[in-house]
Design a protein around this ligand. Sequence first.
Ligand SMILES: NC(=O)c1ccc[n+]([C@@H]2O[C@H](COP(=O)([O-])OP(=O)(O)OC[C@H]3O[C@@H](n4cnc5c(N)ncnc54)[C@H](OP(=O)(O)O)[C@@H]3O)[C@@H](O)[C@H]2O)c1
Length: 275
Amino acid sequence: MRYRNLPDGSQIPVIGLGTWRMGGGTEPDPTEDASVLNAIHAALEMGYTHIDTAEMYAGGHTEELIGQVIRDYERQSLFITSKVWHTNLSYPAVLRACENSLRRLDTDYLDLYLIHWPNSAVPLEETFKGLNELVETGKVRNLGVSNFDLDLLEQARQLSATPLVTDQVPYSVLNRTNAQNGILAYCQQYGMILTAYTPVEKGRVHELAALNALARKAGATPVQIALSWLINQPNVITITKSLNAAHLRENLAALKLGLGEDELAILDNLAEIGP
Ligand SMILES: NC(=O)c1ccc[n+]([C@@H]2O[C@H](COP(=O)([O-])OP(=O)(O)OC[C@H]3O[C@@H](n4cnc5c(N)ncnc54)[C@H](OP(=O)(O)O)[C@@H]3O)[C@@H](O)[C@H]2O)c1
């Protein structure tokens, strides 16, 4: 695994396991439990250590399934991120939501806790009062946000008592919005991390002719090229989801792939090239 350093001295893996739609959509779907448990277990065995989840995923059931797997692993060897849903951003609700996530995940602390989506009905000051308290009491090690625009990100950075660690946003070879709107440059300027979600566009990167050509040349797959492009950018990490062990292995192997100047130039211009 490769890591990026965090201000508290810990390290965050550059490729993590996403868990949206593991165990259900917004409601639990126990029919998938066996395949989800197998996938998370397989991921940890092959070297994933960062798991990204949220209280909203499968109505909390995704966290329960993760909890069932991680109890067999040394907690310090893992990096667990969860997120508080936008309806739980009042001071008491944030504290309660975190307690519930910890209970479902069967752990004493979260490595990283994010505001999943902003909510203009609740002052950000109030939410950070709760979040800062969670750090003070040791229930959370690092704070971050998700789906925050530049304005809100700046507000959040000012309100966080400890250095704000990340903005988790969509970012991929096919979706450059958050590089173009300044989020990436902001993260790089303030030593924060852009966590790129939906990095393989649900597998759609397979369809890009330019990526296929690069992949053939590099002896890699288009998905690996897409992931490598992300994690080789300063201050970027990514999380990708799969229930398929072969895909999980393929995605992790992107760590070993180096991209040269020529390949990077082609990928940087991909938006113009198109599929
Ligand atoms: N903060 C937010 O609001 C937010 C929003 C969306 C996502 N996220 C997080 O980011 C994670 C990743 O995003 P995502 O799940 O939207 O998108 P993704 O990782 O780009 O795509 C996941 C899909 O791609 C397929 N896939 C993965 N690896 C593949 C491979 N090597 N070859 C072919 N297909 C492959 C998977 O199917 P198989 O299972 O068949 O492999 C799965 O259906 C989420 O799980 C979640 O943790 C956060």
